[in-house]
Design a protein around this ligand. Structure first.
Ligand SMILES: NC(=O)c1ccc[n+]([C@@H]2O[C@H](COP(=O)([O-])OP(=O)(O)OC[C@H]3O[C@@H](n4cnc5c(N)ncnc54)[C@H](O)[C@@H]3O)[C@@H](O)[C@H]2O)c1
Length: 365
């Protein structure tokens, strides 16, 4: 399309190039970072907490499970010797609880700001009340409650909204830049969203969970399309079924005979995002380690079983092509907003220069 050539969207939104999935994360880049994780008391959250604590980061977790969260922090402090580890009670469905959590994180942060926010807290919904509504005494069903939407969607929106507020105020941070030097970029502005494979395709009998996770994919795709404006890099994890406490016994029975992924691969994928500030607007699917090979026709890919020999991968890049092409509305909005950002940049420059001149006239340096 001629327009694509005249206004390349990928460059305009400043998304980074595809990930080199053969490269491991460099944990050393996390040493001075402050990271906030919701739902950090168990599962992936606890995995992120341990790995990033070992890397020397300041890690602050919030969860409704106070007993588990407190114990985890005590254990990991003892194991790693890292003193900058903290737990605070946080219910992600409650706005004021999240505000308090972000405030506490800023208070305990050695540099007074937050570099990465991980919107991780999530629950599943195992009853079928939504799919099969039940009326009481022959009447209409009562107004339904949707706890899975409250936690996985409203909670994530609250976290993301606060992240966009606090990350932009992270002292000495600059807007995300795919061309930065990761070893020299000590302050970051980074939001990691946690969706699921349930955000990519349907899971029967998990309608509301899948709705919430599809919404998180939508949140990611929209926030990354404007990250060139707000300066916050946004990345997305979509785990397949992974062995944590969120998988119920019924779920485990239904998965019998298939492969389940490992939490450490999700931790590895998140660590690449958190450690490397050059990664902007990328999404990965994390599942059981498999090997993909070309078939004889050269087109179709075959997936080998988990325990066969060969090079296997657990992390796969997805949703990489949003900005290869787009409709004229999106193209024009991005063009106009880029222009506004450019003009703002000049206004900012003039304001700073004016301040310098005023200071010089007052005789102070
Ligand atoms: N394990 C999987 O197979 C899988 C797959 C795809 C996506 N996910 C997603 O990964 C995220 C982490 O899940 P996990 O597998 O580690 O599960 P988990 O149950 O081990 O951890 C979830 C944590 O969230 C906390 N939490 C629940 N409600 C909360 C609330 N209102 N406020 C604060 N914290 C709350 C829990 O106490 C728990 O510590 C979730 O968003 C989940 O949907 C998991």
């Amino acid at each position: 399309m001629p327009r694509a050539a005249s206004y390349p969207l990928e460059a305009a939104v400043r998304q980074s190039p595809p990930l080199d999935l053969d490269k491991a994360a460099d944990d050393a880049w996390m040493k001075e970072k402050t990271i906030l994780i919701t739902g950090g008391a168990s599962g992936f959250g606890a995995g992120f907490f341990k790995r990033w604590a070992e890397a020397g980061a300041t890690v602050v977790i919030g969860d409704i499970n106070v007993k588990k969260g407190d114990q985890l922090v005590r254990d990991v402090k003892r194991e790693t010797g890292n003193k900058n580890l903290h737990f605070f009670h946080c219910d992600v469905t409650d706005w004021s609880s999240q505000v308090q959590f972000f405030k506490e994180a800023v208070k305990v942060s050695p540099h007074g700001g937050i570099d990465t926010v991980v919107a991780n807290a999530g629950i599943t919904d195992t009853d079928l009340k939504f799919e099969i509504p039940v009326g009481l005494d022959g009447h209409d069903p009562p107004a339904p409650k949707f706890p899975v939407i409250d936690v996985n969607l409203t909670g994530v929106l609250y976290t993301s909204h606060l992240a966009l507020f606090y990350l932009r105020r992270n002292p000495n941070s600059s807007p995300s830049n795919p061309n930065c030097d990761p070893a020299q970029t000590h302050r970051d502005r980074h939001l990691i969203l946690v969706s699921s494979m349930a955000g990519l395709w349907p899971i029967p009998a998990q309608t509301l969970y899948a709705v919430s996770k599809h919404a998180v994919v939508g949140l990611f795709r929209n926030l990354r399309s404007s990250s060139f404006m707000h300066g916050v890099r946004v990345n997305l994890l979509c785990p397949y079924f992974i062995d944590t406490s969120i998988i119920t016994n019924t779920g485990k029975m239904l998965l019998a005979g298939g492969a389940v992924g490992k939490p450490e691969d999700v931790v590895e994928a998140a660590t690449r995002f958190a450690a490397d500030p050059r990664i902007v607007g990328r999404a990965v699917l994390v599942g059981p380690k498999v090997k993909v090979v070309q078939n004889e026709e050269g087109g179709m890919a075959l997936v080998e079983k988990e325990n066969e020999a060969g090079d296997k991968k657990a992390i796969w890049e997805i949703y990489a092509h949003d900005f290869e092409d787009s409709d004229i509305f999106v193209r024009n909005v991005i063009r106009v907003l880029n222009r506004v950002a450019e003009i703002r940049g000049w206004v900012g420059w003039f304001t700073d220069m004016l301040a310098v001149v005023k200071r010089a006239l007052r005789g102070s340096n």
